[in-house]
Design a protein around this ligand. Sequence first.
Ligand code: FDP
Length: 359
Amino acid sequence: MGNSDQSIVPEHSLDRDCTTLSRHVLQQFSSFTAEAQDISAIMSRIALAAKLISRRLSRAGLMAGALGFTGETNVQGESVKKMDIYANEVFISVFKQSGLVCRLASEEMDKPYYIPENCPIGRYTLLYDPIDGSSNVDINLNVGSIFSLRQQQGDDLNGEAKDLLQNGDGQIAAGYILYGPSTVLVYSLGKGVHSFILDPSLGEFILADENITIPEHGPVYSVNEGNYWQWEESIREYIRYVHRHDGYTSRYSGALVGDFHRILMQGGVFLYPGTVKKPEGKLRLLYESAPLAFLAEQAGGKASTGKERLLDFIPEKLHQRTPLAIGSVEDVELVESFIKDWARRTSEAAAKETISSNS
Ligand code: FDP
């Protein structure tokens, strides 16, 4: 006993089974600093939230009152689902009395939720989208949760959380949970992107993939083509390009986390462009686009608003929206090239128009 040569289980397989999320987080710090322990504890709480949400989703169809709409609308003016509220409260609940996180800011809440009793110790803010892809919830399709961790700056005494209006490079950690056939947690602390699968028999997230990299190019473009006539011409031109060229295929599930996960693993591009009426698009920068952009870059991919690096974009308000093109470097750059080219042609045409009307 104790000699690995005599073991009936290959050593690497046991090692992997024992690589839980909290152990992995600690391994990424060179020593057991207070920061390392805080981040590991925060990730464990996020994992607990994921397990609670996953458990409820797996039984929701059998439970009275778990599915459907609440009848309320959220700060974005969208109809709220019961699962949105449940998942939002789960995140609050797991961080109460944790001593870890001072503020929670979520897509479902007008203003951040303050936990003053945590503040003397915890100096972090967790931003999250509790249930992303809500239109999938009632029909048992994939949904997700997205999170982003930032250091609180200043005391935020007036409760306006202005320090959160910064670019995405200040994220300490970001990730998502995909509630699919298995529950997958993907995260980055700025040292690569790693995925974990929930083993229900252990109740633990176990390492699945380390240092995930997005292929330089992939065949998939993922976009809601139902918006075709609402987009600017540049996006329509891009779509016509992929329709006419071999090697492209479309996949769109209506849930960002699942669609992004496919791109992360297999390459390609996910797009949620602005429309003529809503140039800022639909996705929320702080709760959705910025955390995923952080992961994309960490995996060697790219994320853009179409005009600039997404992580450079500074929001003016907490619930700011931005257009998003995210995924493989070559595919995101192709989308950007159509936008740039269209802008150039439009401004040249406008200049010609001015000249001819002046002459
Ligand atoms: P949902 O509103 O269902 O929560 O961010 C919201 C989001 O879903 C994304 O998950 C998804 O990619 C997108 O909106 C779907 O929007 P469309 O229905 O307009 O395609």
